[in-house]
Design a protein around this ligand. Structure first.
Ligand code: BGC
Length: 268
């Protein structure tokens, strides 16, 4: 991969005040992109991340917006225009979990997860495509008119008891991504997704915090370690760069083999 492979590009990362989004924002800045660091509740964290990006000579701007709301997404893209003068890369990453057994799941928790993890990504992607079209192609910057990377999950493929809202949102996201990729490729807009497995962040702290939890989790990961946010960020840099110019409509699983039916290692 070329060094500084995102030099001169303008990027937006939603849900970038923690976890995978934070790591992607930092890696983008390291690769030479100007980065809009979107947050909803983590203002202090977003400001600290931007400060640290600037201290390393990078360019970052924190922007508050709730991506599950159309006005939030519009505000985000107003900021894109104002702060960066346009956009080349959008990582629709913001996501939440509200877990419950199927019959205990409230409509409120069903809706919240669908609103953020699926509708929020749709709204953001729609604004992004409109923006790309207004700008037009600038091959000095990138071979593509624009790039969208969705943060999906292994649960776009693996059913997940006790998480029907989350798995439904991620399953929907898979076909949203593929449909968009098919519809927009002729305009030189590249749409792809990353499907992380168990990555050590706040969203799944309960699963990796205790020794017993870690042991149980590792049984699901053939590669024998829990992922770090940087494992995902490196793939995001590649997917956003011209190094992956011929990669269209693909989901990159970054999961240590979690999707390989590890229970079948013995027996079957
Ligand atoms: C979820 C995590 C979970 C991982 C693997 C992710 O999408 O957010 O909570 O640990 O999938 O199951």
């Amino acid at each position: 991969m070329s060094d500084r492979s995102l030099r001169g590009q303008r990027a937006l990362v939603t849900g970038a005040s923690s976890g995978i989004g934070e790591a992607i924002a930092r890696a983008f800045a390291d690769a030479g992109a100007s980065v809009l660091v979107n947050y909803r509740s983590g203002r202090d964290d977003a400001e600290r991340i931007v400060r640290e990006i600037r201290e390393k000579g990078g360019r970052g701007v924190p922007v508050h917006a709730d991506v599950s709301k159309p006005e939030g997404c519009r505000r985000l893209f107003d900021a894109v225009q104002q702060e960066l003068g346009g956009i080349d890369i959008v990582v629709a990453n913001a996501g939440i979990q509200r877990d419950a057994a199927f019959t205990d799941l409230t409509l409120e928790d069903w809706r919240q997860v669908i609103d953020v993890n699926l509708t929020g990504q749709f709204l953001c992607a729609q604004e992004a495509v409109r923006c790309f079209r207004r700008q037009g192609l600038d091959t000095a910057r990138s071979r593509a008119l624009g790039k969208i990377v969705f943060t999906s999950s292994v649960h776009q493929a693996i059913p997940w008891a006790g998480h029907s809202n989350y798995a439904s949102a991620k399953g929907g996201l898979k076909l949203l991504m593929e449909t968009m990729a098919q519809e927009l490729a002729s305009e030189k807009i590249r749409v792809n997704a990353i499907a992380p497995g168990a990555i050590k962040t706040a969203i799944n702290r309960e699963a990796w915090e205790s020794e017993a939890g870690r042991k149980r989790l590792l049984e699901l990961i053939p590669y024998g370690r829990i992922g770090e946010p940087e494992d995902v960020a490196k793939v995001a840099v590649w997917l956003a760069s011209d190094d992956s110019d011929y990669v269209v409509g693909t989901t990159m699983f970054v999961d240590g083999g979690m999707t390989l039916y590890p229970a079948f290692r013995e027996g079957g």
